[in-house]
Design a protein around this ligand. Structure first.
Ligand code: FAD
Length: 385
């Protein structure tokens, strides 16, 4: 444990109260306004939420993966757009540096990512490189001690509020696929970067994505994650960051499912039909029980994968199992929650309608469910041969 048990419990209590008292009452407003107020972001900073996974030596809380998951399960009890504000700083936007950065890169970037002074985004996806993420075409051409980056990165979370992009670009045009890709730390105010307008999304209003376009953007070779010696090894960094990211998204799915189950139970106990609360009908109980059993299974998987990662095991396969099961699980739980609410479940005044749309994304980003299946099956076949 990075924190002693009492300190961790106190921190989790503080996060629970913050979610309950500060965030849940704002959910509807954020959904309508598509904006999270600055004072809420300041409160997130004060609580330390931007630096959950950043080592203490660099100003973060240095939580283990298991501790992080327990915190994220609490955060999941409110609209996932709130998590998105600090999600990239804890996950894909900082972990490349934590895992593979040079000491100088860590000292330069991590303390400001930990406080939320700097927002970090992860720029891997491109118009023609989505699930096939190793097919990146953004090119980095050597020019003296620098590289010139050109290409388009698609659907980048928090890009408009970011000061730092981790950009994956092809440094060796003669190599296709994962080899020949390097990870660059690019300051967002560098000349040669433009942003598209924000995309209008199905859910998670308040969280923003847009494209990031690089045109001969000059980046010193010292900004390759791990230094120039890590040339052409960036894709490995991306995959390692995604292992932890996938466990994190799975924990988020568990948190959302818990909230949806609470809302479903409360509604079923209050709503009366045929002279009694609908909670007394066994067909309703079946839906509640399936949701609870699946949520519990996902929670157990997430904690197991997190502990394995903390013990130093290679967790790509367990992380994919968690991402596949937990994100599909919360999709089913959200669907049942709408069904349990009947017509009211389709009405915006009820949180379940919003959650139904919000959780749909979890099955798509950081690798779709099909990509998790591919990773799991490949791993099984590799281990058997
Ligand atoms: C709101 C949002 C935020 C995002 N944030 C980020 C971010 O911060 N950084 C970033 O880099 N990316 C981000 N993404 C991109 C996201 O990771 C990709 O959209 C996702 O990986 C899928 O890629 P794609 O959209 O190109 O779909 P495609 O790859 O075109 O997939 C389309 C369909 O084909 C299936 N498919 C593809 N290949 C296979 C296969 N081999 N076997 C079986 N089925 C397959 C997929 O599962 C899917 O069902 C974000 C996306 C969204 C919508």
């Amino acid at each position: 444990m990075a924190l002693d048990k009492e300190t961790l419990d106190q921190f989790i209590d503080a996060v629970r109260r913050f979610v309950e008292e500060r965030l849940i009452p704002l959910e509807e407003q954020i959904s309508v306004e598509d904006h999270i107020p600055d004072d809420v972001v300041d409160d997130m900073r004060d609580l330390g939420l931007f630096g959950l996974t950043i080592p203490e030596a660099y100003g973060g809380l240095g939580l283990t993966t298991e501790e992080e998951c327990r915190v994220v399960m609490e955060i999941g009890r409110t609209s996932p757009a709130f998590r998105s504000v600090f999600g990239t700083n804890n996950g894909i936007g900082s972990q490349g540096i934590v895992l593979d950065g040079t000491e100088e890169q860590k000292r330069h970037y991590l303390p400001r990512l930990a406080t939320g002074e700097v927002i970090g985004s992860f720029a891997l996806t491109e118009p023609d490189a989505g699930s096939d993420s190793a097919a990146v075409q953004t090119k980095a051409v050597k020019d003296g001690d620098d590289y010139l980056l050109s290409g388009t990165k698609r659907f980048i979370t928090n890009a408009a509020s970011s000061q730092l992009f981790t950009v994956f670009a092809r440094t060796d045009p003669d190599q296709s696929g994962a080899r020949g890709v390097s990870a660059f730390l690019v300051d967002a105010d560098s000349p040669g970067i433009t942003l598209s307008n924000a995309y209008r999304k199905m859910g998670q209003q308040g969280a923003h994505v847009c494209d990031v376009i690089f045109e001969d953007c000059r980046v010193p070779q010292a900004n390759i994650i791990g230094g120039p010696g890590q040339l052409n090894k960036g894709f490995r960094t991306a995959m390692k960051a995604l292992d932890r990211g996938r466990i994190h998204i799975s924990a988020l799915s568990v948190g959302c499912a818990k909230r949806l189950i609470e809302l479903s139970v409360a509604y079923a106990m209050e709503r009366r039909q045929f002279g009694k609360p609908i909670a007394e009908f066994q067909l309703l109980q079946g839906m509640l029980a399936d949701s609870q059993a699946e949520c519990y299974a996902a929670e157990s998987m997430v904690l197991d994968a997190a502990r394995r990662r903390d013990a130093g095991e290679q967790v790509s396969m367990p992380a994919s199992c968690c991402k596949l099961f937990a994100t599909e699980m919360v999709g089913r739980v959200a669907d049942r929650a709408v069904q349990i609410h009947g017509g009211a479940g389709y009405i915006e005044d009820y949180a379940v309608a919003r959650f139904y749309r919000d959780v749909r994304l979890l099955r798509i980003y950081e690798g779709t469910s099909q990509i998790q299946q591919v990773i799991i099956a490949r791993s099984l076949i590799r281990n058997a041969s």
